[in-house]
Design a binder for this molecule. Structure first.
Ligand SMILES: NC(=O)c1ccc[n+]([C@@H]2O[C@H](COP(=O)([O-])OP(=O)(O)OC[C@H]3O[C@@H](n4cnc5c(N)ncnc54)[C@H](O)[C@@H]3O)[C@@H](O)[C@H]2O)c1
Length: 247
């Protein structure tokens, strides 16, 4: 609940796990949540030093940092045990291979996408949801995509498939969390200027705003969803897509 004295965006002393923290949206989310007062746990599959560099020392040096593959249940469970109680989880870890689904070896790419984009969120939710429900409060924010609604602007079928599944998972998970005051929501960004899209042929002139989103414009929704102001949002997928798709 918000009170007149407290900002609906305030995250003071909220402990929040951010996965994909070395990425464009994840690192922007880390910096914004820190600015709102959160204490952070930063996760990515790249080495800890790279996570620190991408997030920036000013924020990363006061955070716990874990380098692991979120697609590995064992690694995620061990990390969650080491981390202990957290209030929030923002998962932005994902991959988006740009390849040919008719290629002989494409099924390997499909497996990798399922591992990162589907097993990752499931592993993280399985590791952190029980503690949140036991404590009677928590927030989980998962990253979907406009591709999960309309098949994607440039992405492949594995990515679109995974993000459509992610949207359904958000709804399923929200029903597990809601009775325990654990709010689960998703974000479905349109094209965002990050490493995921760099050099992949995205043409900003084709989009209604004539530009791609900045990572900070997605991070703002992620941080909002962790704050008191989002206290009645549950099972929603927030379209932050610059008008590239309506539904
Ligand atoms: N950039 C876009 O246009 C766009 C659009 C829609 C949705 N999204 C989604 O937003 C989220 C963030 O994407 P981004 O644009 O910041 O991408 P990004 O590539 O900049 O960041 C993704 C991060 O996730 C990490 N990662 C990938 N697989 C992992 C794994 N198995 N375990 C741990 N870490 C892993 C990567 O190392 C990377 O640091 C993703 O879920 C992505 O699908 C992005």
């Amino acid at each position: 609940m918000t009170s007149p004295e407290t900002s609906p965006f305030d995250l003071t002393d909220r402990r929040i796990v951010i996965s994909g923290a070395a990425g464009g949206i994840g690192s922007a989310t880390a910096r914004l949540c820190a600015r709102q007062g959160a204490r952070l746990v930063l996760i990515d599959r790249v080495p800890a030093g790279e996570i620190r560099d991408r997030v920036g020392a000013a924020v990363a040096d006061s955070a716990a940092i874990h380098s692991l593959d979120t697609g590995c249940r064992r690694a995620v469970t061990a990390m969650a045990e080491a981390v202990g109680p957290v209030y929030g989880l923002v998962d932005t870890a994902a991959i988006a291979p740009f390849d040919d689904w008719m290629a002989e070896d494409w099924d390997e790419a499909l497996d990798q996408v399922i591992r990162a984009n589907i097993k990752g969120p499931i592993n993280l939710a399985r590791a952190f949801l029980p503690g949140m429900t036991a404590r009677g409060e928590g927030r989980i924010v998962l990253c979907g995509s406009v591709a999960g609604w309309m098949g994607g602007i440039r992405s492949g079928p594995h990515y679109a498939f995974s993000k459509g599944g992610l949207h359904a998972f958000v709804r399923w998970l929200s029903r597990q969390g809601a009775p325990h005051n654990v709010l689960v929501n998703g974000i479905a960004p349109g094209p965002v200027e990050t490493g995921m899209t760099a050099g992949k042929g995205y043409d900003p002139q084709l989009y209604p705003l004539r530009r791609m989103a900045k990572p900070e414009e997605i991070a703002a929704t992620a941080a909002f969803l962790c704050g008191a102001g989002a206290g009645y949002a549950s099972g929603a997928i927030f379209d932050i897509n610059g008008g590239t798709h309506f539904h």
